[in-house]
Design a protein around this ligand. Structure first.
Ligand SMILES: [Zn+2]
Length: 149
């Protein structure tokens, strides 16, 4: 980064989904980003028809882990307000989506990623880690279990 140019380092352009998360959630942290990725996995397996399934969110209601829930609300048809998200007070980065036919999709954040978030989260460069998590593969972030009922 040449300081001689006299220009400020331009901020990294965020992908649209992360911009939307930041606008809705108030900041862009790692947990809302994890929620977005979890929601995309669920929609990929169960679709995006409103009221066709609901999600049990095991984060509880205390930030920062509860920030996962806002990512889910943005990326799936399920919200707290429409009754599609049931909050379980477990403090775990884990969600289970269940549809009416008995199909379930469980998405659990890998423990090494939880540890990485604890270690690398830096409020001064808050968007660095979310961008890295956004780029990672599903397999490296999550354990996904499907039961087709
Ligand atoms: Zn947050």
């Amino acid at each position: 980064m040449g300081l001689s140019s006299g220009r400020k380092e331009s901020p990294v352009e965020l992908p649209e989904a992360l911009k939307a998360a930041k606008a809705f959630h108030g900041h862009l942290g790692p947990n809302v980003t994890i929620g977005l990725r979890m929601g995309r996995i669920i929609v990929g397996r169960l679709g995006d028809t409103p009221f066709s399934y609901h999600i049990r969110c095991f984060t509880g209601k205390t930030p920062p882990i509860s920030c996962v829930m806002d990512g889910l609300q943005l990326s799936t048809p399920c919200t707290v307000g429409n009754g599609g998200i049931e909050i379980m007070e477990c403090g775990e980065a884990r969600v289970v989506a269940l549809d009416k036919t008995g199909r379930t999709v469980e998405v659990r954040l890998r423990s090494e990623i939880s540890e990485r978030i604890e270690k690398e989260y830096d409020p001064k460069h808050e968007e660095t880690l979310p961008l890295a998590l956004w780029e990672m593969s599903e397999e490296s972030l999550f354990e996904v279990r499907e039961d087709m009922g």
